[in-house]
Design a protein around this ligand. Structure first.
Ligand code: ADP
Ligand code: MG
Length: 267
């Protein structure tokens, strides 16, 4: 049996049933399509013995294709931890993250690296750009990491910068750009590999109100234009409420806070 077949079989047997929403705040319609991303009993504990901290306690989350979900919660409530687990940047203590029904923990290192590089785009609160490289070079970085030729990668990067309204800044060093511009470059970089899933960790947290609004609007526009599935952590209630669903993370639990979605949680 090829490893691919094995993997398919493994993920097939592990995959949650599409209509299994019991005990889930997920709110996915029971007969709906397979979610893009789903978690089952996701748990993350940091530390050992008396210093143990349960950051995520049995999180059930299901996000169908095309949905934009906001996750709110006080500082330290585990928003970044959850996004890191969804992006396979960290491993859960127990439980599973599924991407299109495939359990991430069943993937070996190479497909997992592909998942991180191609299926997921990640935007951090602090953009993590390389300040001495140009905007285009920064955006091209994920392509160059995949072995793309420099000229072709820079051309694609320029097109991506065009989409975030920075066509005129492609040769400018990232360190010389304003905070809002840097975050736009980070968004262009997150999308340059055409991911299906966009994860953003307080992407407007360091920006003033006007820039935060502009960056959020850009994310919303790109979310629709690229038919993305997006999950963003934010402290900004007004922006969160413009998402399809607002979830709150507190004491390790996710709760439905509201949103435009009419779907109710199943208890
Ligand atoms: P948020 O993003 O909501 O502010 P985080 O996910 O960053 O919260 O952190 C949640 C809790 O987990 C915090 O108490 C933090 O100190 C702790 N934590 C996060 N990462 C680690 C780590 N690598 N080791 C130990 N504790 C951690
Ligand atoms: Mg955080």
């Amino acid at each position: 049996m090829s490893s691919d077949t094995t993997r398919r079989n493994i993920s097939g047997s592990n995959a949650p049933a599409a209509n299994s929403t019991a005990n889930s705040i997920a709110g996915t319609p029971s007969a709906g399509p397979t979610p893009v991303v789903e978690t089952r009993e996701l748990r993350k504990v940091f530390g050992v013995a008396a210093a143990q901290q349960v950051v995520l306690n049995s999180i059930h989350l299901s996000v169908p294709e095309g949905e934009m979900v906001a996750i709110m919660g006080p500082s330290g409530s585990g928003k970044s931890t959850l996004l890191h687990l969804l992006a396979a940047l960290d491993m859960p203590t127990s439980g599973t993250v599924y991407f299109r029904s495939r359990a991430l923990h069943s993937l070996s290192e190479a497909p997992l690296a592909d998942y991180r590089n191609q299926s997921v785009g990640f935007v951090w609160q602090r953009h993590h750009l390389l300040p001495d490289f140009t905007a285009a070079e920064n955006v091209a970085m994920p392509l160059l990491m995949r072995g793309a030729k420099r000229a072709a990668a820079l051309e694609l990067a320029a097109g991506q910068l065009d989409q975030v309204g920075l066509a005129g800044k492609k040769s400018q060093r990232a360190g010389e750009l304003s905070g809002g511009e840097q975050q736009r470059v980070a968004i262009a970089r997150a999308l340059v590999n055409h991911p299906e899933l966009l994860l953003a960790d307080e992407p407007t947290g360091d920006l003033d109100e006007r820039n935060a609004d502009g960056v959020f609007e850009l994310m919303q526009r790109l979310h629709r234009a690229h038919r993305l599935t997006s999950i963003l952590a934010t402290h900004n209630r007004a922006l969160a409420e413009r998402c399809d669903r607002v979830l709150g993370l507190e004491q390790g639990e996710l709760k439905l806070l509201g949103g435009k979605s009419t779907v109710q949680p199943v208890h």
